[in-house]
Design a protein around this ligand. Structure first.
Ligand SMILES: Cc1cc2nc3c(=O)[nH]c(=O)nc-3n(C[C@H](O)[C@H](O)[C@H](O)COP(=O)(O)OP(=O)(O)OC[C@H]3O[C@@H](n4cnc5c(N)ncnc54)[C@H](O)[C@@H]3O)c2cc1C
Length: 309
């Protein structure tokens, strides 16, 4: 499988470029205290036009200084527009940003860059760098594969653009998006993915709402439990040699997915670094190993792509 050659760091943190905001809207359907926004930058007149690929990230330079008087550090945001640009305009690049808010010892802390971005209005300027990332990409012949996209939270960002790319390319392989969030109000772009599924029989939109949905045995639903609950749909896709897995979102989500894939006995996605456990002892091995131990003992193959943060 060949990945496309992409450009890197056309601009960097010491040499950022000015872009204008053209759109900044909430992407959940119902009101949610987790404010996630679709933000589109107009990069007209810069060297970023047509040179940023979905799967890459862009750097945002928040203005101002930290408590030590140093300029705020650059933060990365995944591109959520398709590779030809938002609405087919190569000068428009989007991302999907969640306001980060933390309470610590009775004080509220607002994340610097995410809240700066979320407050921007159309016409405002923002300094960008990038793009970065050369591995979390769709392959060259993207229409020749099947895809399982696992996302939690803003991990949905690259999959919005990738799925728009795949549909435009006429991909007829199976494309399944497995999205996990805590509450139904936190489903991101639900109308877009619902419509994709309705209009394209090869597209599947599966959700796991962990604090609301329950599985048949009463336990909570997560992205990885969809592999078991939707086995009739997903196993035949995973058994094909031309299926790729992409994982994006909260750091740690990948190990739950590895465990389910190992239970499903699918070769091609994960390899044990030393001897694989006998099938009859697999379950006890998985129960014994902590997530970090499991990660040390297996490696993903070239058919698995990860971006967790
Ligand atoms: C490859 C990559 C892609 C990414 N893509 C996306 C994306 O598409 N969308 C997205 O939303 N994010 C994405 N991120 C995460 C993003 O880069 C930022 O890390 C995130 O937005 C938080 O940045 P911030 O400046 O808002 O928060 P920061 O200012 O960096 O703060 C981080 C957290 O700490 C809390 N905090 C700050 N100060 C204190 C304190 N003194 N005590 C206690 N808590 C405190 C803040 O409230 C916040 O929750 C990505 C990251 C990577 C590495």
């Amino acid at each position: 499988m060949q990945l496309p050659e992409v450009e890197l760091n056309i601009y960097n943190k010491n040499n950022p470029v000015e872009a204008k905001i053209v759109e900044n809207r909430i992407v959940s359907k119902e009101s949610s205290p987790n404010y996630v926004r679709h933000i589109t930058f107009d990069v007209s007149g810069t060297d970023l036009v047509g040179r940023v690929c979905v799967g890459q990230s862009i750097g945002v330079m928040p203005p101002g200084e930290d408590e030590k008087g140093r300029p705020h550090k650059m933060r990365l945001y995944s591109v959520s527009s398709p590779s030809g640009g938002e609405n087919g305009n190569p000068a428009l690049i989007s991302t999907t940003v969640k306001r980060t808010i933390e309470e610590y010892e009775g004080k509220i802390y607002l994340g610097v860059a995410s809240n700066y971005l979320a407050d921007l209005k159309p016409g405002d300027s923002v300094m960008l760098a990038g793009p970065s990332g050369k591995r979390f990409l769709l392959p060259e012949k993207k229409e020749s594969y099947n895809y399982l996209f696992f996302a939690t939270g803003t991990g949905i960002a690259p999959f919005r653009g990738m799925m728009l790319d795949l549909i435009r390319s006429g991909c007829s392989g199976s494309v399944a998006l497995l999205f996990g969030c805590s509450y139904r109000t936190d489903l991101l772009y639900p109308d877009l993915f619902g419509e994709m599924e309705k209009d394209h029989p090869n597209v599947h939109y599966l959700t796991a709402v962990s604090r609301e949905d329950r599985r048949a045995d009463g336990s909570k639903k997560y992205v990885q439990t969809l592999l078991e609950d939707q086995r009739d749909l997903l196993q035949p896709i995973l058994e094909q040699d031309n299926t790729l897995i992409y994982i994006c979102g909260l750091k740690g989500m990948e190990t739950g997915i590895y465990r389910e894939l190992l239970r499903m006995g699918l070769p091609g996605y994960l390899e044990w670094k030393k001897d694989a456990p006998e099938p009859e002892s697999l379950e006890s091995t998985l129960k014994t190993l902590t997530d970090s131990e499991l990660k040390k003992q297996i490696r993903t193959t070239e058919r698995v792509f990860e971006e967790v943060y």
